[in-house]
Ligand binder design. Sequence first.
Ligand code: F3S
Length: 391
Amino acid sequence: MHLTKEEERVYDGESGWASQTCMKILVRLGELFGASRLIPIDSAHVSGVSYKTLGDAPIEFLEALADAGGKTRVRTTINPQGFDPEYLLRKMPERIRRNQMSILEQFERIGITPSLTCTPYYLAKPKKGLHLAWAESSAVVYANSVTRACTNREGGPSALAAAIIGKTPDYGMHKAENRQPNVLVNMEEPLTNETEFGALGIHLGKVLGDKIPLIRGLRGASEDKLKQLGAALAAAGMTNMFCRKSVSMQTRDLERTNVEAKDIAKTIESLSTASTQEPDLVFIGCPHCSIKEIRHIAELTNGKKVRTGKECWVCTSRYVKEKAATDVKKIEGSGVHVLTDVCTVVSWTELLGIRTIMTNSAKTAHYAPALNKAETTLAPLEFCLKTAFKG
Ligand code: F3S
C-alpha cells in the first residue's frame, strides 16, 4: 500500500503512539483488502459504545488512546450506549453506570461528539459521493443507498482509527466498480408498512450474502421505510447497499430473484417468537426515530394512556428529541418514554424483568432473542401502540 511521506512519518511514530497505532490499524486493514492508498474522509461514526456489548477490555485501549493525546481529525459521532440519562440510568446497578460513563468519558476525551445515536445522517446528512468511515451497519446501508455517500462497514476500532487519522483505506464501497448491483430482485406484491420493508431486508440479507440488490417494484418507499429495509438487510447479511430500479437501468446481465408475499409473511412469522400478545415492553425506534416518525407517533398517542404495568419506549437521538420537542411532550403525556442515547437491543432489558418485546423493527426482532433474552412480536407501529394502550 502506498503511503505519502507524511503518512509514513505517522506510521513510524513521529506523531506519537496514538496516531501511530491508528495508522497501523488502517494500513493493516488496507493491505488485507488490497487497497493501494488512504483517502480522506468527511466523517466517522463509531459503534461499540454500550458497555453491554463492549465489555471491559476495550476501555483500557480507549483510555490509552486518550492518555496518549489521540484526537479526532474529522466530525465523529457514536452509537447508542446502554441507558438514557434519566429513566433507565436510575434503574441500572452502580457498576454498570460507572463503567458505561467511563467509556463515554474516554470517547469525549478523544474529541468525539456524544451523539449516542445510530442515525448520524439526521444530524448532518452526508453528501452524495463523499467518503465516510462509519461502523453502524444500519447507518452504512442508509449512507450508501439513500444518501449515496460511500462507506465500508467499519468495525468500531477501524472507524475510530479513521477518525483519528482522518482517512480510510480506498477499497470496497469507496470504489465505483464495487457499487454496482449484481442481482435483480423483483417484488411481486407491494409492501404495505415499515415492518414489511424490514422483513424484506431480513429475507434478502439471508439469501443474498454480500451481493448488492437492484430492487424492482418497491412502491411507497419513504426514507423511513428504506431505513427499516437497510437496517434489517445489514443485520441478516453482509450487504452494504441496495439500489432501486429506475427505468433507464440496464438489467440484462443480472442474476434474478423474485420476492413473493409469502416470503415476507414467513419472515415476519419467524421473527415473532412470543407465545403471548401481552408484551412487557413495546419498543419503537430501531433505528432511532426521525422527526417525521416522532410526529406520526404523537398523532397516534394523542389522548391515550399506556396500560399500568406495561412499558412503552420510543428511542431517538438527542438532536431529534430537541427538534421535535412539542411532539415529544405529547407522546410523553401518554406515559410513553421517549428515550435518547440508548436503544432496547444495547440496554439491559433482562435486568428490568422484560421477557417479551413487541416492536415494529425487524432488526430488533432479529437480535432481541439473543441479546435481550426476550421473546418477540414483530408488528406495524399502529398495532404496537394499540397493544401498549389497549384495555
Ligand atoms: Fe440503532 Fe439499536 Fe437498532 S443501535 S439500529 S436502535 S439495534
